[in-house]
Design a protein around this ligand. Structure first.
Ligand code: GTP
Ligand code: MG
Length: 302
């Protein structure tokens, strides 16, 4: 494409905020038009900010997907939530997502309280409208409007795409004049090694039950790009030996299923056959290891 003249360029950071599981990552992927952030039916899927980049006309938007905000206890959870609030403060535009079905639950209530304290103006998107009859939305819209923080309200389904284009145009129109910060063909700022680890973590989150998804971390330990394929080695960290056997599964069935799902998706995403090797290691208290925080741009001391 022809780059717009510098004097014509518009640019904005858009922080996408909300309670866990409301559909922030699904929306960011849809707006970018490509998968940049992993999605799962479980809460706390996103663990750090993920930037997706969107270009249209003279405007470049950086959509910042953030971890869901909730009342966090553990150090790692506190770091995730803190990173979401940092993005909220540092962005040009804030977009709050509320789940149409859950409405103003405990987590969203907490977010509204915090935003109100600082009188932070936001755009609001009520998401998952495909799940409830339209007439049931009215009381929720009224209640949210009363909060007095929202300059515009959108009713969307990130999953089906309903009204996402309207929201996108509104975001594009809000971007002030400013130079683009990324190349026009870049979709995300996450390095391939980290993104590949995320894809494997997504497959684990889909399959593991109860607390287990929250006690694992994935690291890409080797990445060899060859002419016709990519060879990737990753380590899955669990915090106790007993969890290792669950991740491996009976006769290795779980790790095999995770590996082949991840490998298939990586091959599509990177447009090359992928050879993926997964190892499972016990690392007690990986969530207390400062290196894990640095890798993901999280603050250890919150
Ligand atoms: N029916 C329906 N489901 C949706 C919609 N948007 C997202 N979902 C589903 O909601 C679940 C959570 O979606 P995510 O995009 O991972 O939510 P998130 O807000 O990023 O979650 P965290 O990263 O955990 O904070 C997934 O199962 C999605 O498929 C929607 O518009 N309609
Ligand atoms: Mg997410």
């Amino acid at each position: 494409m022809n780059l717009p003249l510098l004097s014509d360029q518009h640019f904005a950071f858009v922080a996408v905020l909300g309670a866990p599981n409301v559909g922030k990552s699904t929306l960011v992927n849809r707006l970018v038009g490509s998968k940049v952030s992993i999605v799962s039916p479980k809460v706390q899927t996103t663990r750090s900010r993920i930037r997706g980049i969107l270009v249209e006309g003279t405007t470049q938007l950086v959509l910042v997907d953030t971890p869901g905000i909730f009342k966090a206890g553990r150090r790692f959870d506190r770091a995730m939530v803190a990173s979401a609030w940092t993005e909220a403060e540092e962005s040009d535009i804030r977009l709050l997502i509320v789940d149409a079905k859950r409405g103003i639950d405990k987590e969203t209530g907490l977010i509204l309280k915090n935003l109100s304290k600082n009188q932070t103006k936001c755009l609001l998107a009520i998401n998952k409208i495909d799940l409830i009859p339209k007439d049931r939305l009215l009381p929720l819209i009224k209640e949210l409007d009363k909060v007095g923080l929202f300059t515009e309200i959108f009713l969307i389904s990130a999953q089906t795409g309903e009204q996402v284009e309207t929201l996108k145009q509104a975001l594009l129109n809000k971007a002030p004049k400013g130079f683009w910060m990324f190349p026009d063909d870049q979709l995300s700022d996450l390095p391939n090694r980290l993104f590949a680890a995320e894809i494997t973590r997504e497959k684990l989150m889909m399959r593991l039950q109860n607390e287990l998804p929250y006690t694992i971390a994935v690291e890409t330990t080797s990445w060899q790009e060859q002419e016709k394929s990519i060879r990737i080695e990753q380590t899955i960290f669990v915090s106790r030996d007993s969890q290792k056997s669950i991740v491996l599964g009976k006769n290795g069935s779980m790790i095999k299923a995770v590996g082949s799902a991840a490998r298939r998706e990586l091959a599509t995403l990177f447009d090359k056959p992928v050879h993926l090797f997964l190892f499972v290691k016990t690392k007690e208290n990986w969530a207390e290891d400062p290196a894990q925080y640095t890798a993901w741009g999280l603050d250890y001391n919150v």
